[in-house]
Write a protein that binds this ligand. Structure first.
Ligand code: 6PG
Length: 254
């Protein structure tokens, strides 16, 4: 486990989103100060809606240097970009249409395409942006994601790394198609090596429904096949869990 794991319990979901904005902004500004840009992978599902809306709202909209952003996704559902289930659509509607990110710096997964081909194309875009045409991800500045946002499913999944999935063992590919026990059933996900090379991973987890999974992931026995969020173990980066009191209710320190 990375020695730089922090758990930030906030009293309410809104407070958790505000804390996540500041942590994300800090990671982005550090990257821009060092390299003039920052690469971020956005998470999907329902939780980020509040976070993205806040990020697009003054004064928070100027806390993140969006003109320097290169935007990717931690995972995407294999649906068209205008589908209600699309993580790209969620981020566009709540955030990307409201902040100054150049369209050419937004790298969506082509969810409308055949999944294997979409994953290959997406991986190529990531490798180009991270200046690593071949081989495993490294932690060299500019060769890894500066910020990766993740959520937690109530079954312990993160991104589209689901329990007992064969993609959990993937160590070569950076993005891969996965069949999951959820709707929509086919997704493209970043793999564990790419996530673990990141400079900063921010989990945002809110709501009582997540409390059992959160306790198992953070305090239960290590079982990353059953609890894929336990795969997240930054090689040389920070992992920050930003959770609200309801999601933290079953943690030992609660
Ligand atoms: C997705 C997400 C997924 C999500 C969790 C939590 O595409 O659905 O990437 O990993 O973070 O399922 O989802 P909620 O925020 O909707 O609870």
């Amino acid at each position: 486990m990375s020695n730089r794991v922090t758990i930030d319990v906030q009293p309410t979901p809104d407070a958790a989103m505000r804390a996540a904005v500041e942590r994300l902004a800090d990671g982005a500004v550090r990257a821009v100060d060092a390299s003039g840009r920052f690469t971020i992978a956005l998470s999907g599902g329902a939780t980020p809606r509040g976070l993205y809306t806040l990020l697009a709202t003054p004064p928070y909209a100027t806390h993140v240097p969006w003109p320097a952003a290169r935007v990717f996704w931690s995972d995407e559902r294999c649906v068209p970009p205008d589908d209600a289930a699309s993580n790209y659509r969620l981020a566009c509607e709540t955030l990307l249409k409201h902040v100054p990110v150049a369209p050419e710096h937004v790298h969506r997964v082509r969810g409308e395409d055949e999944p294997f081909a979409a994953a290959v194309l997406y991986e190529r875009e990531i490798r180009t942006a991270l200046q690593t045409p071949h081989g495993p991800p490294t932690t060299k500045p500019g060769a890894r994601f500066d910020v990766i946002l993740l959520g937690l499913g109530d079954n312990g999944h993160t991104a589209s790394l689901f329990p007992y999935s064969p993609v959990l063992d993937e160590r070569e590919r950076w993005a891969i198609a996965a069949e999951v026990d959820a709707t929509p059933p086919v997704r493209i996900t970043l793999t564990a090596p790419v996530i673990n090379a990141a400079a900063l991973v921010v989990f945002v987890v809110v709501g009582a429904a997540k409390a059992p999974a959160l306790r198992l992931v953070l305090e239960g026995p290590r079982d990353p096949v059953a609890l894929p969020a336990q795969l997240v173990d930054a090689i040389d980066g920070d992992v920050c869990w930003i959770i609200d009191a309801a999601a933290a209710a079953e943690l030992s320190g609660a």
